[in-house]
Design a protein around this ligand. Structure first.
Ligand code: TRP
Length: 365
């Protein structure tokens, strides 16, 4: 089995292979059981899960459940981050209690970001955008790894006797002590909502990017070993694909031309898409009309599919028209630019309003 390094910037190509190797289930048999449809699931952008049935059952039976995830504070908030934020809000609206960890210990240990800097980024970039996107303070625990509840802090150390160096290297490879501490901290993030101090065992869903798989497996293994003593239920998880970078490769916080940030201006959006978005079109208009484009590799089409065209029929028409050559690259890009800018205009207003609500999210024990 191949290893995934959750601290490297990965570029996963073959999600089917990943699912087989890591025992990730497909959503297909569950799709008709969803209480509220969402195209991230139906279009396979969230491509698989572990034990998600348990969450659907909790929702259906109106039992309490938790959505727990974490953010690594670094750089600007872009659409890759929005994908996770939308999921938090989706579960909150379905009744979940939300635990959101700012991974400031992890970003210090693995990226050398100071705790103060991490705090600033977490609030100015992440929290404000979460609020603007619709996250509500009620039933939300937004906390820092450096400042969680006492029970959480203790758990992050107490779990260390539930694993071995052999297991750690089988899952993560030959990692440093700093990465091991990060991994154990993440296990505590995911398991602590089930401690008696936090209301006891309950279903927990952890929406993450595919790179976090090793952490999920590690956590589930430890949860299993602690189930007798603590009554832990194995946490469920869902895995989303990576959003491709604008230029086709990976999206990277250090390269602003590889993403659209939620704070970009209309002009920036236009330039980024017109000049840099990788196109599946032909070299000349004549050739494009004759041979047609390739929507599957076209970034503008992919962004419409992943974020901006909720209507499946309209999306299909764009796909077909681009493929046949009826729709030109410039026209396709313009559709995306208009939609992004319409969204950002509203969103940026909401960001301003969000600032006054920040305090309502600050964790107090
Ligand atoms: N390791 C995650 C990342 O790199 C951040 C994280 C910390 C996290 N704790 C978590 C994710 C708990 C999910 C659940 O993005």
């Amino acid at each position: 089995m191949e290893k995934l390094d959750p601290w490297a910037s990965l570029d996963i190509k073959d999600y089917d292979k990943l699912m087989k190797e890591f025992g990730i289930e497909s959503f297909k048999p569950l799709l008709n059981k969803f209480p509220k449809q969402n195209f991230y699931f139906t279009r396979g952008i969230i491509f698989g899960h572990k034990d998600f049935q348990r969450i659907l059952d909790a929702i259906k039976n109106k039992k309490e459940f938790v959505m727990m995830t974490g953010l690594m504070p670094s750089g600007k908030f872009h659409f890759g981050h929005k994908l996770v934020a939308d999921q938090m809000i989706y579960y909150q609206e379905l009744g979940a209690e939300c635990y959101i960890a700012v991974a400031d210990i992890e970003s210090y240990l693995t990226r050398g970001i100071s705790l103060e800097e991490a705090k600033k980024i977490a609030i100015d970039e992440y929290l404000i955008n979460y609020i603007a996107l619709g996250l509500k303070p009620k039933n939300t625990k937004f906390y820092f790894q450096s400042n969680g509840s006492k029970a959480y802090m203790n758990l992050s150390k107490l779990i260390s006797n539930k694993t071995t160096f052999n297991e750690v290297s089988a899952i993560f490879g030959d990692i440093s002590p700093a990465k091991l501490v990060s991994a154990l901290t993440q296990v505590a993030d995911i398991l602590h909502p089930q401690l008696k101090e936090h209301g006891g065992p309950k279903p927990v869903v952890v929406p993450v990017g595919a790179d976090q798989l090793p952490h999920i497996n590690f956590t589930r293994d430890i949860a299993y070993k602690m189930s007798r003593e603590y009554g832990f239920i194995l946490p469920s998880a869902t895995f989303n694909m990576f959003i491709p970078g604008l230029q086709g490769g990976k999206m990277s916080s250090s390269n602003p031309l590889s993403y659209i940030a939620l704070t970009d201006s209309p002009k920036e959006v236009e330039t980024k898409i017109k000049k840099y978005a990788f196109s599946g079109g032909q070299a000349t208009i004549e050739e494009h009309r004759k041979k047609g484009g390739s929507p599957d590799i076209d970034i503008s089409y992919q962004y419409l599919r992943m974020f901006f065209e909720p209507d499946d029929r309209k999306l299909k028409k764009i796909y077909d028209d681009y493929k046949s050559g009826k729709l030109l690259t410039g026209e396709l890009k313009q559709i995306l630019i208009d939609k992004v800018n319409l969204f950002l205009k509203e969103h940026q207003k909401k960001r301003e309003l969000a600032k006054k609500d920040i305090d309502k999210f600050m964790f107090k024990e």
